[in-house]
Design a protein around this ligand. Structure first.
Ligand SMILES: [Fe+2]
Ligand SMILES: [Fe+2]
Length: 159
């Protein structure tokens, strides 16, 4: 990042990079959970459920990329080892149920995951609101999309 860009960051950068890396892990786990769910989901509504999972998965992958770019800009390094994703993540990974017809469980897990993501980004937004407007802007953008995902999955549960 350029001198002025670095200069305007008034938060503890190493702590911020740590927080962003935790969120980065959440995004990869959510991406994988939805990517897998899109392929495994069964039952009468499966094409529309698969489409919803695919849509959310694409969005989580985009978030992972946006977080990685900001981490790099701040002089940090995105977590290099996927083996650390579960250990570092804020939210838990929910393995899809063995029976693919258990679509409600899959969607409920996704909805719960979004609740966790919303809490994480809300907390992050509060931390950087005054000290790092660029990260704040990114977090608010991601937060808004997580709110949309929660709504998407809740609506599927309602049927
Ligand atoms: Fe996300
Ligand atoms: Fe999400």
């Amino acid at each position: 990042m350029g001198k002025k860009g670095t200069n305007i960051v008034e938060v503890d950068v190493s702590a911020l990079v740590e927080d962003l890396n935790r969120a980065f892990c959440d995004e990869w786990l959510a991406f994988y959970q939805y990517w897998l769910s899109a392929r495994l989901v069964g039952g009468p509504q499966s094409p529309s459920l698969a489409a919803a999972f695919r849509k959310a998965a694409a969005s989580e992958l985009e978030h992972a990329g946006e977080l990685a770019d900001r981490i790099t800009q701040l002089g940090g390094t995105p977590l290099m080892n996927p083996g650390q994703w579960q250990e570092k993540a804020n939210c838990s990974y929910s393995e899809p149920p063995d029976d693919p017809r258990e679509w409600k469980e899959m969607v409920k897990n996704a909805s719960d995951g979004e609740v966790c993501a919303i809490e994480v980004y809300q907390g992050l937004a509060k931390k950087v609101r005054d000290g790092d407007p660029v990260t704040f802007n990114l977090i608010v953008h991601i937060l808004a999309e997580e709110v949309g995902h929660e709504e998407l999955f809740e609506n599927l549960l309602r049927g």
